[in-house]
Design a protein around this ligand. Structure first.
Ligand code: HEC
Length: 164
C-alpha cells in the first residue's frame, strides 16, 4: 500500500492536500419543498445516521429490514390515516406508485424536505412531531415500496402479526 502511494507520488500529495481543505462536515442545504425556506434543525436530537444523512443526502437506513420494520410502525401511526394503510392514497396522494407531485421526492434529500418541512394543504410539517431519525426510518419504508417491495411488505406483515 505504501509502495503504491510512493508511485502515485506528487498526484497523491496534491489530492491529499485538496481533501484536507474540504470542511469535514459540509452539510447540504435543506429547504422546505413548497416554502423554499431553510429547514431549521435547532434543538433536534441528531442521531449519527441523521448527521451522516445531512452530509450525504442518502438515507443510511435504505434497504435495512429492521429499519423498514420500524419505519412502517411510524407510518402506520403518523401517515397512514391520510396516505392509506399501504400508502395507496386516501386524503393524501399515493406514495406507492412512481408518480410524484414533487419530483424532488425521487431523492432522499427531497423526500426528507417534504416530510420534515411539509408540503401544501393537509401535508403539515412533521418537524416537532417526529424526530429526524424517525423520519429517516419512515422514508426507508416509503422508498422500499418502489425499490424493494418484498421488504416493504415484510415490514407490514411484521407489524400486523405483532398487532394480532
Ligand atoms: C393530515 C393528512 C396527512 C398526514 C398525517 C400526512 N400527509 Fe403526506 N400528504 C398529505 C397531502 C394532502 C399531500 C399533498 C400535498 C401537496 O400536494 O402539496 C401529502 C403529500 C405528501 C408527500 C408528497 C407526495 C408527492 O407526490 O410528491 C409525501 C412524500 C408525503 N405526503 C409523505 C408523508 C409521510 C411520510 C407522512 C407521515 C410522516 C405524511 N405524509 C403524513 C396529507 C397528509
Amino acid at each position: 500500500m505504501f509502495k503504491k502511494l510512493a508511485v502515485a507520488g506528487g498526484l497523491s500529495v496534491f489530492l491529499a492536500s485538496g481533501f484536507a481543505l474540504m470542511p469535514a462536515q459540509a452539510d447540504l442545504d435543506f429547504r422546505g419543498t413548497v416554502s423554499g425556506e431553510p429547514l431549521d434543525f435547532t434543538g433536534e436530537e441528531e442521531s449519527p445516521q441523521f448527521k451522516e444523512f445531512k452530509n450525504t443526502g442518502i438515507n443510511p437506513y435504505n434497504g435495512n429490514q429492521e429499519a423498514l420494520n420500524k419505519g412502517y410502525v411510524i407510518f402506520a401511526t403518523a401517515c397512514s390515516g391520510c396516505h392509506g394503510h399501504l400508502a395507496e392514497g386516501k386524503l393524501g396522494p399515493a406514495l406507492s406508485d412512481d408518480y410524484w407531485t414533487y419530483p424532488t421526492n425521487l431523492e432522499d434529500k427531497g423526500l426528507f424536505e417534504t416530510i420534515y418541512g411539509g408540503a401544501a394543504g393537509q401535508m403539515g410539517p412533521q418537524q416537532g412531531l417526529l424526530e429526524p431519525d424517525e423520519i429517516l426510518h419512515v422514508m426507508s419504508w416509503v422508498r422500499a415500496l418502489q425499490t424493494e417491495p418484498e421488504k416493504a411488505k415484510k415490514a407490514v406483515d411484521t407489524f400486523e402479526h405483532r398487532n394480532g
